[in-house]
Design a protein around this ligand. Sequence first.
Ligand code: CP
Length: 324
Amino acid sequence: PGHLISAGDLSREEAVLILDTAEEMARVADRPIKKLPTLRGRTVVNLFFEDSTRTRISFEAAAKRLSADVINFSAKGSSVSKGESLKDTALTLEAMGADAVVIRHPASGAPYRLATSGWIEGAVVNAGDGTHEHPTQALLDAFTLRRRLVGADAGLGRDLEGRRVTIVGDVLHSRVARSNVLLLHTLGARVTLVAPPTLVPIGVEHWPCEVSYDLDRVLPASDAVMMLRVQRERMNAAFFPTEREYARRYGLDGDRMRRMPGTSVVMHPGPMNRGMEITAEVADSDRCTAVEQVANGVSIRMAVLYLLLGGNEPAVTTSRTEAR
Ligand code: CP
């Protein structure tokens, strides 16, 4: 099977196929019976070595809506805490007959290792690896942006072309930022990163985006502003201005939001630090898509699991939903 390790591996056609398939999956949620039989008899393992609320729950919901069997594995409370290796954990899952393994891991590259190791035969989906990538988050963000800014019926070639997306905050530690830059570039959007100089990754000049240190200058020209969580758990104190200074220079409050174009949206992948990168006023405003992003995550993850595992049957009833 194929794998989904990096948003950068997706061609424009593949990315749009996932977005279009997710649109069909979202329509299933409006039906009286919300379940499709497509993955009946298949097993999806959620293999989480790091904490998660949204990603783990939405992969579980997505797999169940496609009638797959789901095994949830959390490193906490497992034999990983007795020192069991990724290899031996993977071999155990293989013995259980996993058709897909959705992995979140603190080490950048762990999903790639799993996909290329030969330890398992199933599809590997990266659900966030260290500071590297979180491709399904980028897909659900693109899906949310397309719905809000373009409309659900956007076709190939019209997806987010020329839209201006500003990603703000702790880029250094953000797998969400990297995956979004790669995918949004593929879809034709123009991305600007705004961050304190100490939270800009080395080598960012090779990323397909611009970099600014001045949020107030960029906001009026943004169709969407994506606020990143300040990742205190990965933070070296030397990287970080004081919390008050960070909020003052890089936080989004009501005054700043009102300087954005009227049709623009505020995004946040969650979990939020209210009062740090985003105020409660902004987080709870109609402009903020954070809850919508979570709902869209189920449709995107249904689409990804279907396209990786679905085999030959149409997911819903249209010719666009061919398996890869
Ligand atoms: N956005 C995101 O990945 O959230 P979780 O860490 O709760 O899964």
